[in-house]
Design a binder for this molecule. Structure first.
Ligand SMILES: *[C@@H]1O[C@H](CO)[C@@H](O)[C@H](O)[C@H]1NC(C)=O
Ligand SMILES: *[C@@H]1O[C@H](CO)[C@@H](O)[C@H](O)[C@H]1NC(C)=O
Ligand SMILES: *[C@@H]1O[C@H](CO)[C@@H](O)[C@H](O)[C@H]1NC(C)=O
Ligand SMILES: *[C@@H]1O[C@H](CO)[C@@H](O)[C@H](O)[C@H]1NC(C)=O
Length: 426
């Protein structure tokens, strides 16, 4: 960016903050300081987008601060979003946060604009595969050497960052030498005190809090969001259940295979499969959103890991999620989808009952009274704005609507506040 365009950019941000000044009125206990980091911890990693032949080149998904290119020229809100760029997008969005401070000593939380998952690529797919237990140490050394009092004030307990891939990729025990899979970022004692926002946490992990995977829909104001909500509410749903995904073709019994077997016995009005094998749906939302708009229930079985982006695509389409494991959502996204309301918007069928006890998913879903299905869908639609990542630079404020970033920031501030209380008591 030229200095002129940077000036214009800063001016626009200033206007934006004026426009949202009603929300700035009370910043007490909500101040955030963005810790400046050398570009090797963030922007340089974006330019390395094609450096790893074993990992897909993600250069084409960088536009729009990580939302990706629009799906087509006239699209208002649909993008080809790659979830790995959540780190970049979150960084852009937090610049619009109304309570930023330039003074770290006034801040209630310190945001580290570190692109953790992108920095992991050199260990996962690059030349440093045998030193994946080093992931994060360079950042830590920087934080402790450059203006050390920012860290020291609360021993890192007030710091937070974003990680855009599941915790599984960062939980390699130090004892695995050479590593089996993943870096040891979340195993590093140096980062135990730092809050990590991540699309999938570990069952036992205490540093991390799960936040929704980004979908491809990023409305820029409440008017376009309103018309989407209307379309979803009015959509004709003539199929009972849908599974969009791959897998389930191996001979070993698992939930995906059971779903495939069950679906093959029915007409598509009862059970529809959208084949997304080999990642063909990943950047092409039209492939699955249309069918999801026509289905009552969307099946969300675990795959390589318990969670899936598709859970959020389904909610976006007003399709009631069916979970087979608590780890798939209920024990993860408590800030965005509160644990105590799962019965109101989702169905839970233990995977063991389906895989080993012959329970038919169709029978469970068919037996639900119509009024109950309608009520659940209303709840899904009510929750939807909470899991959406609205576009940066919104032309109109989202009125009182909180999106996934707003909720993540609010949750982080609360978490850090209670963490600091418990630390100071010790
Ligand atoms: C970019 O990729 C190359 C090749 O894997 C690697 O050596 C280099 O460290 C990477 N740069 C950054 C900033 O990660
Ligand atoms: C979309 O816009 C770009 C740039 O304005 C143009 O080059 C391209 O041909 C357009 N594509 C379609 C399908 O209209
Ligand atoms: C990593 O270690 C393995 C086993 O010790 C070795 O075979 C491999 O060549 C090493 N890879 C690199 C990139 O150094
Ligand atoms: C993390 O917090 C604990 C307790 O507050 C402290 O003893 C420890 O030194 C901190 N870790 C780091 C790496 O600062």
């Amino acid at each position: 960016m030229s200095s002129k365009s940077i000036n214009i950019f800063i001016f626009l941000l200033f206007l934006l903050r004026l426009a949202s000044s009603d929300r700035t009125s009370d910043c007490s206990n909500r101040w955030i300081y963005i810790r400046p980091l050398p570009s090797r911890f963030n922007f340089d990693l974006l330019s390395n987008c094609s450096a790893y032949p074993l990992f897909d080149d993600f250069c084409s998904y960088l536009p729009n601060h990580g939302l990706g290119p629009k799906t087509h020229n006239h699209s208002l809100s649909w993008y080809r979003t790659d979830p790995i760029l959540l780190e970049q997008f979150f960084h852009r969005r937090i610049l619009e946060y109304p309570c930023l401070t330039q003074d770290p000593t006034l801040a209630n939380a310190i945001y580290l604009p570190y692109y953790t998952a992108l920095d992991a690529l050199k260990y996962l797919y690059g030349p440093e595969v045998n030193s994946s237990n080093q992931h994060g140490l360079e950042l830590y050394n920087f934080l402790r050497k450059d203006v050390p009092h920012i860290w020291d004030r609360h021993a890192g307990h007030d710091h937070f960052l974003v990680i855009s891939r599941p915790a599984w990729d960062f939980s390699q025990p130090f004892t695995n030498d050479p590593p089996v899979w993943g870096t040891s970022f979340l195993e590093l004692a140096e980062f135990y005190n730092v809050t990590s926002l991540i699309p999938e946490g570990r069952a036992w992990g205490w540093q991390e809090q799960a936040v929704p995977y980004p979908t491809s829909y990023h409305p820029s104001n409440s008017v376009v969001l309103g018309s989407w909500l209307k379309r979803v509410r009015n959509s004709r749903r003539n199929s009972l259940m849908l599974f969009a995904g791959g897998g389930g073709v191996a001979a070993t019994p698992n939930i995906r295979r059971s779903i495939r077997n069950e679906c093959e016995g029915y007409f598509s009005k009862v059970c529809e499969i959208v084949d997304c094998s080999n990642g063909i749906c990943e950047h092409d939302p039209i492939k699955y959103i249309k069918p999801m708009l026509q289905a009552n229930f969307c099946l969300q079985p675990p795959g390589d890991t318990p969670t899936r982006r598709s859970t959020f695509d389904g909610i976006l389409a007003g399709c009631i999620p069916v979970f087979f494991e608590e780890q798939s959502a209920k024990s993860q996204y408590d800030w965005h989808l509160p644990q105590h309301i799962y019965d109101e918007f989702s169905v839970f069928i233990p995977k063991e009952d389906v895989v080993f006890k012959g329970l038919k998913i169709v029978d469970v879903l068919m037996s639900m009274p119509k009024y109950k299905v309608r009520r659940m869908r209303e709840k899904v639609i009510e929750l939807m704005p909470r899991i959406i990542y609205r576009r940066h630079d919104s032309t109109l404020p989202m009125k009182n609507i909180k999106d996934a970033v707003d909720i993540a920031i609010e949750g982080t501030l609360h978490r850090i506040q209670s963490r600091l209380k418990s630390v100071s008591v010790q």
